[in-house]
Design a binder for this molecule. Structure first.
Ligand code: GLN
Length: 532
């Protein structure tokens, strides 16, 4: 088994996760079995308790692990289905070590970063290799070289390289090669310094992926090669791509990244077959038509907060040979303004998930606008709860209807706390999480898009539809189209007499892939194109 470690230098947000995932795509297309994992140096046990402003989207895995959004890239760019073992934070490592200390496993010893914390990191690497056997394990280390909290991970990797032998490991460093306007040239010094920092720790990157706004000419390549101590062919240009992140594997392939890596690891495998991927990228970059979709959320200014949703829209649009003109609407702006001033001209409305009261009334107004104007609507998690509140208030006349999350004293709590959540006080990893089955009612819109009666989708919520309102809502045209197998939890709703008004309690966005768009998104885009 071979190992690739991906580190980052100079600044954060260099797209290390995308680079790791793209390498995964290329190696997988060369016929290798690839597994990706992330090491996150922060002390939170998982990102589930972090605000999207701090962290971006929380990506949920099949087994209910709440993880970094990079795991979303890994799942979208490769065929892998990841588990909680593919995501390790310092918090988890310390939690394990400290529990062990309390049990007395280290009795008599001083517990230290080296060897106890580094041993635990290595143990996690080894147990993942056993749990998910593969040809290549790609490990991305979060943060930037030089961060204090990343040091134990880098030290563990240094030891690990010694143990498995340098020929079985590649360290790939993703760095920034900035263009300085005043000098009119690309600068290599930041990269030199971040490589020097790694060398100080005892790590010797063999591949340099250089994020740059401008082409890296030969003289700069030579300089990077010489001062960063990597062969010339291992200096890989990764130019900013405006058109689509899915171009990244193709770009890295053109730069010879996968060839270089296979050479370094003595892997004799055929070239990557990127035909299908290429076709997908072509459809994304050169769509035959465009469609305007509004996403009404509260983290709209933050590119990363609804990452998987935006990607899912891209996948579904590409499958329909169309491109998306995204209208990002801050839900709060719809609280006082009439929605038609903002939503006029959009082909469909999507309301994503969320927590807390801020922006909810704006989302309700947007949902009402979609319902009343026969605009295709897709509600995800909180989006379904909002659609329920809106229908209860404005169609069933249940004045003051709300979710117990926002108004615990509301006269009609059409959304209330899940039974299993009563008495839960801890906030970490305590929601209804992960994949659960849903049974779909025949003859519904959901049944039409899925083409099956049983589905499995990923969840992350505390509240649910209050079934005591079922009858009075159903008589008015509200359809419960999917429930948990025992019928106790509402998972999918839709409306009669509407071209496409579908909402779900789960998160379909975590299961969409470039060439396998999610049916709910595909149906939504088709409806927006008037083809459903
Ligand atoms: N806040 C809602 C709940 O906990 C919705 C959660 C979500 O959208 N992920 O049920």
């Amino acid at each position: 088994m071979k190992y690739i470690f991906v580190t980052g230098g100079v600044v954060s947000s260099l797209g290390k996760g995308l680079a790791a995932a793209s390498l995964g795509t290329l190696l997988e297309q060369r016929g290798l079995k690839v597994v990706l994992q992330k090491f996150d140096p922060y002390l939170n046990v998982d990102p589930g308790t972090m605000n999207p402003f701090q962290h971006g989207e929380v990506y949920v895995l099949d087994d209910g692990a709440e993880t970094d959004l990079d795991l979303g890239h890994y799942e979208r760019f490769t065929s892998g289905v990841l588990t909680r073992s593919n995501s390790t934070s310092s918090g988890q490592v310390y939690e394990t070590v400290l529990a062990r200390e309390r049990r007395g496993d280290y009795l008599g010893n001083t517990v230290q970063v080296i060897p106890h914390v580094t041993d635990e990191i290595k143990a996690r690497l080894r147990s993942l290799s056993k749990e998910q056997p593969c040809d290549i394990l790609i490990t991305e280390i979060g943060g930037t070289t030089g961060d204090i909290e990343g040091l134990p991970f880098l030290e563990a990797i240094r030891q690990f390289v010694l143990e498995v032998g340098p020929r079985n490991v590649v360290i790939m460093h993703v760095t920034l090669v900035p263009f300085i306007k005043a000098a009119g040239e690309l600068k290599t010094k930041p990269s030199q310094q971040s490589i020097a920092k790694l060398r100080e720790i005892g790590l010797h990157p063999q591949v340099l992926v250089c994020r740059t706004e401008h082409p890296i000419e030969e003289d700069v390549r030579n300089k990077l090669s010489m001062f960063c101590n990597v062969p010339l062919e291992a200096v890989i240009e990764a130019r900013d791509v405006d058109s689509s992140i899915y171009e990244m594997p193709l770009m890295l392939q053109r730069e010879g990244l996968d060839n270089t890596i296979c050479d370094l690891l003595s892997l004799d495998v055929p070239p990557a077959d990127m035909t299908e991927w290429n076709r997908f990228v072509e459809r994304v970059i050169h769509p035959k038509k465009r469609v305007k979709i509004a996403v009404v959320g509260k983290y709209i200014e933050l590119q990363d907060a609804y990452k998987s949703i935006y990607e899912s829209l891209t996948h579904a649009a590409a499958a329909n040979d169309c491109g998306i003109d995204l209208v990002r609407v801050d839900a709060e702006t719809l609280e006082d303004n009439p929605p038609n001033s903002v939503l006029k001209g959009v082909a469909g409305v999507l309301v994503p998930g969320g927590f807390g009261e801020r922006g909810v009334e704006g989302k309700i107004n947007a949902t009402r606008f979609a319902r009343e104007n026969n605009l295709p609507f897709l509600g995800l998690c909180l989006g379904m709860q909002v659609a329920t509140i809106e229908f209860a208030r404005n169609v069933c006349g249940l004045e003051g209807a709300n979710s117990a999350e926002f108004d615990p004293q509301a006269p009609h709590r059409v959304i209330h706390l899940l039974q299993e959540q009563k008495g839960v006080t801890d906030k970490g990893a305590s929601m209804r999480l992960g994949t659960w089955p849903t049974m779909i009612k025949e003859g519904t819109c959901a049944h039409k898009v899925y083409g099956t009666s049983e589905i499995r989708e990923r969840h992350r919520h505390r509240y649910e539809f209050n079934l005591s309102y079922r009858e009075q809502m159903e008589v008015k045209g509200f359809v419960i189209s999917g429930t948990s197998p025992d019928g106790s939890l509402v998972e999918l709703i839709e409306l009669k007499n509407h071209p496409y008004f579908v909402a779900c309690q789960f998160h379909p966005e975590f299961q969409s892939k470039p060439n396998h768009p999610h049916p709910l998104f595909t149906g939504f885009i088709q409806a927006c194109l008037g083809k459903f």
